[in-house]
Design a protein around this ligand. Structure first.
Ligand code: TEU
Length: 568
């Protein structure tokens, strides 16, 4: 059977959010040439691929996830020549590029949507339009076709008076959902993938790709969902596997490195998306582990992280995907998530910040799958110290600041939630050095730079063998050196404290390096019992983020935010 571990087991991906990575021309917005300038840094860190978020022509209502032209570079990010140079120079640094394909929807500025708005039947059939009632008017359009919610708040239907129709937008009103049931749409998207493949990229990330197949029938037949927000109808929808197989086959990307963003998905579906025998994708992002601090599954609430639930998600996804030859992307953060050390750790003192920032990757980088590092994570960047709503830029954050107040929260209460939950938490510029603009730009940055760039920055950390950056580099090296990390079995251990996550990796016939690893991570600010110390007898220490662990009454006790790995 084909095996992901032979091709992907030793690889690490680094995610670049272009507009916040490095500005090369002083307009305050990161760009493609900025990435090219930093290739040496990325090579030194040791990563294999760069996932680059969308830099295509876009009105930027959702920072480029609203694409108006899939095959051209937005002038804000540079030119096609800049892109070609980036591909070439990245390759010379031993780094491949993965491009972000946003195929669930296009911008309403896309030519296809504009033609649909003009009434062209060919292009009306590219989107999910539904007839409105004959007496609908702009002032009173009546009830939308279903009661589903947009992910960014409000109804996911928008009324177009000139057509007397509604169109579906699972995200912003300026992001119209494509009709994947139309073979012409699927063929257009194949051409987009081919275009970028021919430019020499190594792979692709597919945005919310498990939402592209909507229920069969016309929207008016889609049952209303009185309990939820509609997602059960279109998540892992009826034809999604067939459509993905077709896209991969027709664009000739089977065997390239590909990852799908799978929203609210299941293990069963992710096995199909990522098992090589299904010829869909190399691996999947799933998000259940990043909802363990939501109250009742609701994002705009503030709960404490439930470490026992976190452990359960890791254990089930790791063990069950392994048993059925699926492959997980391993990650704590991306451009949609708050900084994980601020969220799952403690950044209130220098020592707890350093320990938390190193605990998190210790937990994930030694698991089975492909680790993703989101820019700045390797420096221990934290949520910014924003104090006013005017400092936020993200459409979702601004919408919810209002929705929370409409639902009865005070402005302060709403701000507090946005401050913790906003996607802008991870979108502040990469902290390259301690100067005023953090080395990101010579102009005015599009979003504020956190004050802590004077102490958390790349220039200091690259030079310091004990920095968070050096720790990440060490973890990447370990994966490259150790077959047990690349392809060992994974088995979760019963830790003695529910604040500890512990697991074991084993590879009987490891050609070199250890045959067994045990990893234990204390996700709390108090000492916690991890495992019976007898189980660790004769193991040699492989990784530690601090020396604050000890044997006590036959147990391994880990200090606050302490993570260790032993090898045999
Ligand atoms: O995100 C999809 C998605 O559902 C989210 O992570 C979303 O940001 C979150 O649920 C909101 O609470 C992808 C992209 O990563 C995101 O940046 C885009 O905004 C979105 O698709 C639409 O293209």
């Amino acid at each position: 059977m084909a095996d992901r571990t032979t091709s992907l087991g030793d690889k690490v991906v680094y995610q670049i959010y272009v507009r916040s990575f490095q500005d090369s021309d002083g307009d305050g917005i990161g760009d493609l040439r900025g990435i090219t300038q930093r290739l040496g840094y990325l090579q030194r860190l040791g990563v294999d691929y760069l996932w680059i978020t969308p830099f295509f022509v876009s009105p930027q209502n959702d920072n480029g996830y609203d694409v108006a032209d899939y095959c051209n570079v937005d002038p804000m990010f540079g030119t096609m020549d800049d892109f070609d140079e980036l591909v070439r120079k990245a390759r010379a640094h031993g780094i491949g590029l993965m491009l972000d394909m946003v195929f669930n929807h296009t911008s309403t500025q896309h030519e296809w949507f504009q033609r649909a708005l003009a009434g062209d039947p060919k292009y009306l059939a590219y989107y999910k339009f539904a007839d409105a009632a004959p007496d609908a008017t702009a002032e009173d359009p009546g009830e939308p076709p279903t009661n589903w919610n947009s992910k960014f708040g409000g109804s996911c239907w928008e009324y177009v008076p000139s057509l007397n129709k509604w169109y579906l937008h699972l995200f912003d009103v300026s992001q119209a959902d494509l009709n994947w049931d139309n073979p012409e749409v699927r063929s257009e998207l194949v051409n987009v993938v081919r275009f970028w493949k021919d430019k020499g990229v190594s792979g692709f990330r597919f945005d919310v790709v498990n939402e592209v197949s909507k229920p069969d029938g016309t929207p008016n037949e889609w049952e209303d969902d009185h309990e939820g927000d509609g997602r059960r109808f279109y998540t892992d929808g009826p034809h999604v596997h067939q459509y993905l197989q077709e896209l991969v086959r027709e664009s000739g990307i089977d065997g390239m490195v590909t990852v799908g963003e799978m929203s609210s998905t299941t293990i069963d579906n992710c096995v199909r998306y990522s098992n090589p025998e299904c010829h869909e994708l190399s691996m999947t992002f799933s998000f259940h582990h990043l909802k363990v601090d939501y109250v009742d599954g609701e994002k705009w609430t503030l709960g404490r992280p439930d470490v026992a639930a976190l452990r359960e998600f890791f254990a089930s996804w790791q063990e069950q995907m392994a048993a059925r030859s699926g492959w997980n992307a391993l990650f704590w953060s991306n451009h949609d998530q708050p900084r994980p050390n601020s969220r799952f750790g403690d950044c209130s003192t220098k020592e707890s910040w350093r320990r938390s920032s190193e605990l998190l990757p210790t937990c994930t980088h030694l698991l089975r799958g492909t680790p993703y590092i989101y820019q700045g994570e390797e420096l221990g960047m934290t949520n910014p110290d924003f104090s006013d709503i005017s400092q936020y830029r993200d459409v979702e954050s601004l919408n919810y600041y209002q929705i929370l107040q409409d639902d009865g929260k005070t402005p302060e209460g709403a701000f507090h939630i946005v401050h913790e939950r906003s996607r802008d938490n991870s979108r502040t510029p990469v902290q390259w050095n301690a100067t005023e603009k953090a080395g990101f730009t010579t102009g005015t940055p599009w979003i504020g730079i956190p004050a802590n760039h004077t102490s958390i920055n790349a220039e200091d950390e690259v030079a310091d063998p004990d920095s968070v950056w050096s720790y990440y580099r060490g973890l990447i090296r370990l994966r490259k050196e150790m077959p047990v990390v690349q392809s060992g079995d994974v088995h979760f251990l019963d830790a003695m404290s529910n604040q500890v996550i512990a697991y074991e990796r084993t590879l009987e016939d490891a050609p070199h390096g250890p045959r067994r690893l045990v990893v234990a991570c204390n996700f709390s600010g108090k000492a916690a019992a991890a495992l019976p110390s007898g189980e660790l007898a004769e193991g040699s220490l492989l990784v530690e983020n601090c020396d604050d662990y000890r044997e006590e009454d036959g147990m391994l006790v880990l200090g606050p935010w302490c993570a260790v790995a032993f090898a045999w």
